[in-house]
Structures are given as structure tokens and as C-alpha cells.
Design a binder for this molecule. Structure first.
Ligand code: PMP
Length: 406
């Protein structure tokens, strides 16, 4: 695609032709999982048709070809996120895996009384592993609070930072509200007190091309399945100095140098963190997904998605009794809302009857729901293959649901 042409883009996604409950599918659950273009599906079919073999072991041709494709994908990922070295890219099963790998690795690097900061806007997968780490290490978990708009309160963050702070965890974009957090500023400030920062890029990587070196971030994690790739694969970027300091996460094949029953030595980066047979096809398809998104272009994607967000926000806000949660000045592609007196689940069920896929519930972010004193929201999240006409269908659907349920 040389320019952004929504019609040709939509033709790339076979699933957008399907009907749900007799209606054309309107897919607004992109923050949970994005859809897959045929360019990526073709790579998956091609892999299993022509290259399927285990990697890094065989002398035989298939194994070497599969290894070359997998390592080529690592290079694509390195380039896309602008890591200095390809061995700073660890292929994981997804964001959750990457976070747990780091949280586990810090167990013996923290001391009782050390502090770790986590933002109030986190997904459970960027809360629970750190709570477990604090239980193991005796470190103390502190929360960077947010305001009514769903923005982090940066002066409170400044006040929380001290020489005791060892780690800071923040997502680049909140999955529940769409808030874009000021990670550049937060990383700089954390480094001033000597703390390392992990950025959860699960929600930002589909919308913003990050530069991990420019950000100077210590760790960055994301999932392929939110970036037009398959499930079960993702990346962990870590600065070389940190990855060398951290112990392996899982033991097994692939991650060793020498094994005897007396002592095992570990492989170098990245293999030290890649025990066992990985999602080989998934990694290769992740590379294809990155190529696909870059061919469209992240600037074009951001501009178009912003139009969708503004349009949806205006149209939905005009519905009486509808309240949007998350009204940050900097936000992307997510409208989280409720209608007074109606349970979000009931709205979601009626929308599904109309072929419209949204997420309802707490979005794996219960502390955010507690903050607003609600059980959950209806969340519509947009991707670059959505249209204003689909938003019109959503708005009509929400009006219908409101009429039926009030
Ligand atoms: N963090 C955020 C902000 C997310 O939105 C998600 C997925 N909803 C995750 C982490 C977890 O990603 P995964 O399930 O792919 O490991």
C-alpha cells in the first residue's frame, strides 16, 4: 500500500467478510486481539506446507531453512523496535510471559525494603507478577495513582521515586481506557534515582512504532496477536546489561551450553531465555505481521485511527445517559463506556446479536473499575481496518440496546 486505502486494506482481512448472527461482522474488540491479514495467514500456511521442522538443531535442510526464517523474523523485530542487538530480542509466548520472565529474574536482585512502582492503570498481567515478586523478595509495591480522566498523576509519581525505588512498571497505553502514558518522562525520572523501567507495550505496539533505544527503556514487552500476528508469540526486549545480569527463567533444551549432572552452564543471549521448542511458525508470522503493518505505515495508521476515535467519541457522547470512562488528553483507539442503570454485559449481548463484537467487563484491570466504582464497562476498540460506517452501526446498536433495556 503506498497510500492509506481502507477498501483495499479491508480486502486483506478475510474474516471481515463473515456474518455473525446474520449481520456483517463489526469487529471492535481489537484491544483484546487484532485480526489477521491474508499476507500473514499465507506465511503460516507456507510454513506448515514447506518448512515445518525444529530449529537450531538439525543439519538437515528443513531445519536449517526453518532456523533461517525464524532468525530473520528476530531481525525484523529488532529493526522494528530499534534494539541495538538482535540478541536483545527474546521471543516469548506473549506479554504475560515476558513480564513473568523479568519478575522472576529480579527475585534475588531485590532486598527487603526495596520499592517497586506500578501504575494504577495496569492490566492484571502487569500487577500480579510484581506482587508475587514482592512476596518472594520482601520488596514493597507502591502504586502511581490516576485522576478522574484516567491519567497518571505525575507529581505523585515524582514524590514516590526515591533511592529505594528499584523498578517501575507502566504500560504505554492502557487497555481499559486507552490513555497514553508519558513514558519518556517517566523513564528519565526513574533513571535519575537508579531504577529500571519495564514498559508494557501490548496496547501501544499496534498503534505506535516505539524506539527502545531513544526511549532508553530497560525492558519492553508486547504480543504479536495485537499486531495482526498470531497468538502465542511475543517479544521481550531487554538491554544487554540487564539480560546478562538476570538468571534464566525456564530450564530445558536450547538454553544450555554444557549439561552434566554436576553442573550446567547456560547459553548466551538470546537462547538463555528461550528454553524448549518455541512457537516457530508464530515467530515467523510475527515478522510478516510487522512487515504488513509497516507497509501501511504507522503514521497513516495513527492518523486514521484518531479520526475513528474522535468520531466514535462524539457520536457515543451524544447518547443521553452514556458516560465515557477515560477522557485523557492523550489517548488512542479505545472508547470505554456505560449507560446509566444498565449492566455492560446486557449491552454487549444485544450488540452481539447485531454482529457487533465489543468487550464487556473489567478488562483484566479491576483496580481501574474499583477507582470508578463500577463493575465494568463496554469497550469498543478500533483498528486501522475499521470504518466510520461500522461506528454508525455501533451507535445505532447502543441506542437500540438502551431502548430495550431501560
Ligand atoms: N498488558 C496489556 C496492557 C494488555 O492489554 C494485555 C492483553 N489484553 C496484556 C498485558 C497481556 O497480553 P497477553 O495476554 O498477550 O500476554
Amino acid at each position: 500500500h503506498t497510500e492509506f486505502n481502507i477498501d483495499t486494506i479491508r480486502e486483506d482481512f478475510p474474516i471481515l467478510n463473515r456474518k455473525v448472527n446474520g449481520k456483517p461482522l463489526v469487529y471492535f474488540d481489537n484491544a483484546a486481539t487484532s485480526q489477521t491479514p491474508k499476507q500473514v495467514i499465507d506465511v503460516i500456511v507456507d510454513y506448515y506446507s514447506n518448512y515445518n521442522a525444529n530449529i537450531h538443531r538439525g543439519v538437515h535442510t528443513l531445519s536449517q531453512e526453518a532456523t533461517d526464517l525464524y532468525e530473520a523474523a528476530r531481525l525484523k523485530i529488532q529493526q522494528h523496535f530499534n534494539a541495538k542487538h538482535s540478541y536483545e530480542i527474546i521471543l516469548t509466548s506473549g506479554t504475560t510471559h515476558g513480564i513473568n520472565l523479568i519478575a522472576n529474574g529480579f527475585t534475588n536482585l531485590l532486598e527487603k525494603g526495596d520499592e517497586v512502582l506500578v501504575s494504577a492503570l495496569e492490566h492484571h498481567s502487569n500487577i500480579v507478577p510484581w506482587q508475587m515478586l514482592c512476596e518472594r523478595s520482601g520488596a514493597i509495591l507502591k502504586v502511581i495513582p490516576m485522576n478522574e480522566k484516567g491519567e497518571l498523576i505525575i507529581r505523585d509519581y515524582d514524590a514516590l521515586l526515591s533511592k529505594r525505588t528499584k523498578l517501575v512498571f507502566v504500560n504505554h497505553i492502557s487497555n481499559a481506557l486507552g490513555t497514553i502514558n508519558p513514558i519518556e518522562d517517566m523513564i528519565k525520572k526513574a533513571h535519575q534515582v537508579g531504577a529500571a523501567v519495564l514498559v508494557d507495550g501490548a496496547q501501544s505496539s499496534p498503534h505506535i512504532k516505539p524506539d527502545v533505544q531513544a526511549l532508553d527503556v530497560d525492558f519492553y514487552v508486547a504480543s504479536a496477536h495485537k499486531m495482526c500476528g498470531p497468538t502465542g508469540v511475543g517479544l521481550l526486549y531487554g538491554k544487554e546489561k540487564w539480560l546478562n545480569k538476570l538468571p534464566p527463567y525456564q530450564g530445558g533444551g536450547e538454553m544450555i551450553d554444557q549439561v552434566t549432572f554436576e553442573k550446567t552452564t547456560y547459553a548466551g543471549l538470546p537462547h538463555k531465555f528461550e528454553a524448549g521448542t518455541p512457537n516457530i511458525c508464530g515467530g515467523i508470522a510475527f515478522g510478516a505481521a510487522i512487515d504488513y503493518m509497516n507497509a501501511i505505515g504507522f503514521d497513516a495508521i495513527a492518523t486514521y485511527e484518531h479520526e475513528l476515535l474522535d468520531y466514535a467519541t462524539a457520536q457515543l457522547s451524544a447518547i443521553e445517559g452514556l458516560k465515557i470512562y477515560g477522557t485523557a488528553d492523550e489517548k488512542t483507539s479505545v472508547v470505554s463506556f456505560n449507560i446509566e442503570g444498565i449492566h455492560p454485559y446486557d449491552i454487549g449481548a444485544i450488540l452481539d446479536k447485531l454482529g457487533i463484537a465489543v468487550r464487556t467487563g473489567h478488562h483484566c484491570a479491576q483496580p481501574i473499575m474499583d477507582f470508578f466504582k463500577i463493575p465494568g464497562t463496554v469497550r469498543a476498540s478500533f483498528a486501522f481496518y475499521n470504518t466510520k460506517a461500522e461506528i454508525d452501526a455501533l451507535v445505532e446498536g447502543v441506542k437500540k440496546a438502551k431502548m430495550m433495556l431501560s
